[in-house]
Design a binder for this molecule. Sequence first.
Ligand SMILES: [Zn+2]
Length: 163
Amino acid sequence: MTGKTHLACGIFIGSSLSIYYGEDVFTSFTIISLCGVSSLVPDICHFKSNLGKKLFPISFIIRLIFGHRTFTHSLLFLFLIYWGLNSISAPEPYLVSILLGMLSHIVLDMLTPRGVKLFYPLDVSVKLPIVFKTGGAVDLSLSSAFSIVTIILWWKDIYRLFI
Ligand SMILES: [Zn+2]
């Protein structure tokens, strides 16, 4: 999936989480931001991705060591992030936002023909039964759908945050 679709999905999940946790404006903004950024993090292994370009040469080195859609798209990577956040006692809403943002990325990439190495270091590509071409009509439709639902969520939730 494209970076736009990953980001739209991350912001949608973050918006849902901010409503679920029902915190103040600052916390809601932080949850949405963390989830949005986290939804792009697994593509740190792709030095031509939005995040990869900003973090070059780190992204290039990660790509050289692990390859694309391997370690950073695996359950092992998610567990290490969880372990790291847990060890610094990250507040639950932030921890959940980061993990779900990254998980959404992995699940969306499982909708592409290439799949992901979910069980890295095992060399097994995992993809869902239905797959779509990255950048195709379904990709664009998904990103539009996530954006529209997010706007509806914000519209319905704006009263709680500001009034
Ligand atoms: Zn990816």
